[in-house]
Structure formats: structure tokens, C-alpha cells
Design a protein around this ligand. Structure first.
Ligand code: PLP
Length: 384
């Protein structure tokens, strides 16, 4: 067992991230890969996950927000590695993004104009990916706005203010293979690409595949694929299994306290759990402020002393209790909350299933108060 100094710790296996990327690249037939590291690398660490992805063969990194892209550049991810911001909002410092060599997504004429204006300030052309809304009705330009977006981008490109690097879109239901919306979205994307290319756009990359599409929809690869959840080793389509991916995050804690209590002891707020016999209670120093879902009260399992135990009573802000019966456990002993399942601990997918949510939310919500430790792969710092 690794010596732990923190009461709660998320151990991140960077080798697993790197291996998952290599597996996905192979499954995508060698198509270029953009490792999606938004939201602190789905809770695994923005920069560390990014470096592990590059080590595994990704050549692009993707984030949601501009600040995340700037953080990657500030941490030393070189401009040779394109970093794409997927979600842009008027009024952000696009001149800084352009100066840092960050690619921007535009799905409206207004955003193209704003990026062009920022390029004037930055003194160089902005790199832009035009995003088509092919049926998700979230970001991007729908078919009626697309021609105007393409024209505006071409005009700004002709003026030297931007370079149209990519054409992109996003699936709403790639995690339901065979759903009719998938082929509909693909057809709309094909048309959007054709229209843009006929108008004179020469994109370096056309891209729309998330993890689920990479693993189930070869015809959607185009020039670049964008895995997120799968690079962290969690399946994008739970009913199709794990696809050989390895979960990268193990959430652990050390017991703060153990004690014997009588039968009939009410446990934690609301006494939502009552002991049914004389028993040992153990206090786990992780709560909803650390990202443990409060809905997991009396529901989620953790792994301690060689077996699974259910959370006893309510999850509090900083802690929760488990009833370990007569097991020999002591303060300081390790509890695994979730992990790859190697020892018998639950996976993030199991927690998600129990809570009626998706594994994405389980790992991403592990809070900033939880220190991350990076295992086995010290070389990731040199990856380029
Ligand atoms: C988050 C995101 C992805 C990755 O999605 P996964 O389902 O985690 O693979 C891909 N593309 C865009 C635009 C995203 O925002």
C-alpha cells in the first residue's frame, strides 16, 4: 500500500490515460486524436491529463473554456500542440487567446466578428473552427444560419483576420448506437461541410466524434476525433461494456475514527441509519464538499478491510460513516471509495448506476479540496 499523507486523495494513473488514448487512436483507425481535458481533465487534473494524452498519441487538446486553454499554455503545453476552446461567449479576452496560439470555436456571425476584432488587437490571425449545429440544438450554427457564418468567416479570412482551421459538430445521442438521430446528424454535417468547402473553406480538420462515436461509428471519424470520458477509462456506452478501457481515478480515504456503539444507535444527520446490533462504526473524512454525492446516503458502497460496505446514514459536508460490523478496522486504515475495481471496490460507473447519473459526473465533481496524486508515470512531464 502506498503511504498516504492526505486523509482523502484521488490517485490518478496517468499511464492508464495514455494507454486509453492509444487504444482509442487504434480503434479510430489511426485518425488524429484531440484529448478532451475540460473541467480539470474530468476531475483528473487539466495539465497532467493533457500531458498523458499527448504521451499516448493525441496531437490536439480540447477544453470548454478559454481560461482552461490559457492554463494549458501557461503550464508549458507548446504552441505546436493545438488547443481548441469549444465554448466561446462574447466579451472574453480573445486577443489573449490568439496571442497564446489557442484555437477558437465560432457558431455565429457575431462571434466571428468578435474574433476578427481581437485579431486586430493581437496583430495576427485567429485560428477558428466553425461549429455546425447538426441536431443537438446546443452550440453551433443551425442549417439556416450556416451559410452566413461560412461567408463571414471567409470574408474575415480574406481580410487576414482569421484562418478557418476546422469544421465541427457534436452528437446528441452517440451513446445510443443505432438511434436515428445519429445518421440524421451525420447527413446534416456532410451537407454543412460540403457547403463550406464549395464556398472556399479549406479546413485542416473536420471533426465530430466523441468517445461513444469513436467506439461505435467509424464513418464519423473524419480527420480528428475527440475522446473525453473514454480517455479516463470509463465507458461511454455502459450497456456495451468497458471496451478494454482502464479507469484512471481511484478515490481513497483513511478512516478518521472507529468506535463500538450499541444496538439502536442513530447515525449521522436525521438518524437515517440505525445500528441493528452492537457494531463498529468507522468515520470516512470525505463529504459532499469533496464531491461525494449526498444522494448516495444509505446507498453507495465503499471498500474497506477486504469487503464492500454501504454508507450508513447521510453523507455530510466533510464526512460520512460506515458500519463495519465486527471487522477489525482502525483509524488510519485505507478505504477505497471507487476505482478500477481491481480489489473489489466499486467503479465510478457503479456509483453512477446507483445514483441514476453518468460516470462523467462522478469523477468530474470530485472537488478541488481533494488532492490528486499522480502515479507511475513521472515521465509524463516530458511528453510532447
Ligand atoms: C466533452 C466533449 C467531448 C468529449 O465527450 P465524451 O463523451 O466525454 O467523449 C467531445 N466534443 C466536445 C465538443 C465536447 O464538449
Amino acid at each position: 500500500m502506498v503511504a498516504m499523507t492526505h486523509p482523502v486523495e484521488a490517485r490518478v494513473d496517468l499511464q492508464a490515460i495514455s494507454d486509453n488514448i492509444a487504444l482509442l487512436k487504434e480503434r479510430a483507425g489511426g485518425t488524429a486524436v484531440m484529448g478532451m481535458v475540460k473541467a480539470e481533465g474530468y476531475g483528473h487534473g487539466l495539465v497532467q491529463a493533457g500531458r498523458a494524452a499527448l504521451a499516448g498519441g493525441a496531437t490536439w487538446l480540447g477544453v470548454a473554456k478559454l481560461a482552461e486553454a490559457l492554463e494549458l499554455r501557461a503550464a508549458g503545453i507548446p504552441v505546436e500542440v493545438p488547443v481548441l476552446v469549444g465554448l466561446t461567449t462574447p466579451g472574453e479576452p480573445y486577443d489573449q487567446a490568439i496571442a497564446a496560439g489557442v484555437d477558437l470555436t465560432a457558431g455565429s456571425v457575431g462571434m466571428i466578428e468578435e474574433i476578427a476584432a481581437a485579431a486586430l488587437t493581437a496583430g495576427r490571425a485567429g485560428r477558428v473552427h466553425l461549429k455546425a449545429d447538426t441536431g443537438m440544438s446546443r452550440g453551433g450554427a443551425g442549417p439556416s444560419d450556416w451559410p452566413a457564418v461560412v461567408d463571414a468567416a471567409l470574408a474575415a479570412q480574406a481580410a487576414g483576420w482569421l484562418e478557418v482551421v476546422g469544421l465541427s459538430s457534436h452528437f446528441a445521442l452517440a451513446d445510443e448506437p443505432g438511434h436515428p438521430s445519429i445518421q440524421r446528424q451525420l447527413a446534416v454535417f456532410r451537407e454543412a461541410v460540403e457547403l463550406a468547402e464549395k464556398a472556399g473553406v479549406r479546413p485542416e480538420v473536420r471533426h465530430l466524434s466523441n468517445s461513444a462515436a469513436i467506439l461505435t461509428l467509424p464513418e464519423a471519424r473524419y480527420d480528428l476525433v475527440r475522446p473525453g470520458i473514454a480517455m479516463y477509462g470509463l465507458t461511454p456506452v455502459p450497456r456495451l461494456g468497458t471496451f478494454g478501457l482502464r479507469p484512471a481515478m481511484t478515490l481513497t480515504a483513511r478512516l478518521a475514527l472507529t468506535k463500538r456503539v450499541p444496538e439502536g444507535s442513530g447515525v449521522s444527520y436525521g438518524h437515517a441509519y440505525t445500528t441493528s446490533s452492537v457494531t463498529t462504526l468507522a468515520l470516512v473524512p470525505a463529504g459532499y464538499a469533496d464531491g461525494i454525492p449526498r444522494n448516495g446516503s444509505n446507498l453507495l458502497e465503499v471498500f474497506v478491510a477486504g469487503r464492500r460496505r454501504r454508507i450508513a446514514g447521510r453523507v455530510c459536508m466533510d464526512q460520512f460513516v460506515i458500519d463495519v460490523a465486527d471487522d477489525q478496522v482502525e483509524a488510519g486504515d485505507e478505504v477505497i471509495l471507487f476505482g478500477p475495481g481491481d480489489h473489489g471496490e466499486p467503479t465510478a460507473q457503479e456509483w453512477a448506476d446507483a445514483l441514476g447519473t453518468i460516470s462523467y459526473e462522478i469523477v468530474t465533481r470530485i472537488g478541488s479540496r481533494v488532492p490528486r496524486s499522480y502515479e507511475w508515470y513521472e515521465g509524463a512531464g516530458n511528453a510532447e
